[in-house]
Design a protein around this ligand. Structure first.
Ligand SMILES: [Zn+2]
Length: 107
C-alpha cells in the first residue's frame, strides 16, 4: 500500500486494475437532462447529480445511480491513485473528493 508504480504511464488502462468503476471517473459519460424550470438542456457528467442550468442558473438535479465513489470503501484510495497516475486532472479529483465527502458526511 502506498507505493505507486511510477514507471506506469498509461493511466487509463492501469486505473482499471484498481476498480472497474474508475473507468467512469476517467472517461465519464455525458448525460443530458432538462431543466424543470426553463426546459433547457443540461449536460451532466455521469458522476454529477447536480448542475446549474446554463440558461436560468437554477440547480438541476438528476436522478441517477450514484458513482462508485459514493459507496466504495476504497474510493479515497482509488481517487488518490488516479490523481497520482494523472488519469484524472487535479480539478476533477478535487470535485470527486468533494462529492465523496459530502455523501459520506450525510451518513
Ligand atoms: Zn433553466
Amino acid at each position: 500500500m502506498g507505493s505507486l508504480n511510477t514507471e506506469v504511464r498509461c493511466s487509463a488502462t492501469v486505473s482499471l486494475k484498481y476498480c472497474p468503476g474508475a473507468k467512469s471517473l476517467v472517461e465519464p459519460q455525458i448525460i443530458t437532462s432538462y431543466c424543470p424550470v426553463c426546459g433547457a438542456e443540461v449536460e451532466f457528467f455521469e458522476y454529477e447529480l447536480e448542475r446549474k442550468c446554463p440558461d436560468c442558473g437554477r440547480t438541476v438535479k438528476r436522478e441517477a445511480s450514484p458513482s462508485c465513489i459514493m459507496w466504495c470503501k476504497s474510493a479515497a484510495e482509488c481517487l488518490a491513485n488516479l490523481k497520482a497516475l494523472g488519469a484524472i486532472s487535479p480539478e476533477r479529483a478535487e470535485e470527486l473528493e468533494k462529492i465523496m465527502r459530502e455523501k459520506r458526511s450525510k451518513e
